[in-house]
Design a binder for this molecule. Structure first.
Ligand SMILES: [Ca+2]
Ligand SMILES: [Ca+2]
Ligand SMILES: [Ca+2]
Ligand SMILES: [Ca+2]
Length: 469
């Protein structure tokens, strides 16, 4: 297949996504989102070795390749001078370098803005990551640099404008390394902020205007696995079998409703897997303490296994858009099915996978016993034996109607999307056939801020950008 062509652009009327395939050479290439054409929308960028590949939304289908300055470790895509175009600002050794982005014509040479020693000197060679370097402070675009004892804000000519001293036990966590995974967030127009994670060790006290969104903090309860394990043990009256999961169904941090679930040890081993779950209301008066139980619903059993991702809240699916998180169960055929049927499934090299959506009913305070939507899929047999039958699952809103939709791989090289419209249609609403094996979902993000999620898939030799239309 001609992946040597740099990009492939497919568009059609009435389809859910425009697809752009962007070839890349480096196996460790990664994608992230920034606004590289200053139009207020997110653009997909790919770091392919030392090449930055830009896929600006304003030139749909075209890519622009820029060599990152030699030795660049941390870099930011931002509009340093407030004109019509973003630039790359990066740290290379003790140099702060500006590389202009030219979406037309030749790319200007990189130039050093000033020299300064920063903590980025300690990163490993080859570390090359998007980082928040350019910040708005008191109406100015400044370069924020983590130094030995302070975060320093400098103007583009290297003059120190402000310095935020570190206290002894402070750490640089955020905002000095951005992570390219997870859902990036769109900040006010023109100020695109990526999801930021804790990576480097020192953090000064910063004014509110410089603080990135603390989206991780709200998940601290979800981090407390031991707390939920104890709850299940108490509710179950015995040791939870195998594994438990938990996710917030609704509410804020002070008063919230959670689902705790465990594999049901009482299930007949010949039955399909079954879970037992409880709806638990928690209240927490003091943010420092663990919450207490307000009310506990009865144990209820459901066929299948809850699809669960760590930090479920980030992906909390709400299929009917009522504000309550719904339950997605997946089920393989019961082991009790006839030997002949199993044999046929195996020889066909595909295996049935049953997906069921149970909506949460706030009136009944439980998930409905009857699924609201179901899908009967066939997936490669060996997925069961390796990483699980449900692969590359994306639970996001793709058409912007406020209701979560469903997408997953249906074969090594296929990715299918079903919109939730009072249920799922028999056929997928969108199907993408890659020309090689899809390895993982690189990004799932709202690029335009209107609730429609775009997806970036990674195959061995390319990224495949599915732009929500
Ligand atoms: Ca843009
Ligand atoms: Ca600029
Ligand atoms: Ca719901
Ligand atoms: Ca939707």
């Amino acid at each position: 297949m001609m992946l040597a062509l740099l990009t492939i652009w497919c568009a059609g009327t009435g389809v859910l996504f425009d697809v752009q395939a962007v070839a890349c050479k480096n196996p460790r290439a990664f994608a992230f989102v920034a606004d590289c054409d200053e139009d207020g929308t997110g653009d997909v960028l790919i770091v392919d070795g030392e090449t930055l590949v830009l896929c600006p939304s304003t030139t749909k289908g075209a890519t622009h390749r820029i060599q990152l300055p030699a030795g660049a470790v941390a870099f930011d895509i931002a509009n340093l001078d407030g004109d019509e175009q973003s630039e790359i600002v990066c740290v290379s050794g003790n140099s702060i370098i500006r590389q202009d982005i030219a979406l037309e014509g030749p790319v200007p040479a990189a130039r050093e803005l000033f020299g300064v020693e920063t903590l980025f000197r300690d990163v490993q060679p080859g570390w090359r990551k998007p980082v928040v370097l350019v910040v708005s402070h008191e109406g100015r675009q400044l370069i924020a640099l983590p130094r030995e004892n302070a975060l320093e804000l400098c103007s583009a000519d290297g003059k120190q404008v402000k310095s935020f001293e570190l206290r002894d036990d402070d750490s640089f966590g955020i905002p000095f390394t951005s992570w390219y995974g997870g859902p990036p967030r769109i900040a006010p127009p023109g100020a695109f902020k990526m999801k930021v994670s804790h990576r480097i060790m020192r953090k000064p006290e910063l004014p509110e205007s410089l603080q990135p969104p603390h989206e991780d903090d709200k998940n601290d309860l979800a981090d407390n696995y031991g707390f939920f394990f104890d709850q299940v043990r108490e509710l179950y009256g015995k040791e939870p079998p195998e594994w438990i999961g938990f996710f917030k169904v609704a509410g804020d941090d002070a008063a919230s409703k959670w689902t705790l679930w465990a594999y049901d040890a009482d299930a007949n081993p010949l039955e399909a897997q079954r879970i037992v779950l409880w709806i638990v209301e928690l209240r927490r008066d003091d943010p420092e303490t663990l919450p207490r139980k307000e009310a506990v619903g009865p144990a209820r059993r459901y066929p299948g296994v809850a699809y669960y991702r760590y930090r479920y809240e980030d992906y909390a699916p709400d299929f009917d858009g009522d504000g309550y998180v719904d339950l997605l169960l997946m089920r393989a055929p019961a082991p009790g099915m006839s030997v002949g049927a199993v044999a046929r499934a195996v020889t066909g090299r595909s295996y049935p996978l049953h997906i069921a959506i149970h909506l949460f009913s706030p009136d009944k305070n439980r998930f409905e016993a009857q699924p609201k939507a179901q899908l009967k899929l066939k997936v490669p047999m060996h997925w069961y034996l390796t990483s699980g039958p449900l692969q590359k699952c994306v639970l996001r809103d793709f058409d912007g109607d406020g209701k979560t939709d469903f997408a997953c791989s249906t074969d090594e090289d296929r990715f299918a999307v079903w919109l939730f419209k009072d249920g799922f249609g028999e056929e997928p609403d969108f199907e993408y056939r890659c020309d090689e094996r899809i390895e993982h979902v690189a990004l799932e993000t709202d690029l335009t801020g209107d609730g429609r999620t775009s997806i970036v898939l990674r195959s061995e030799k390319a990224f495949h950008i599915l732009y929500a239309r």
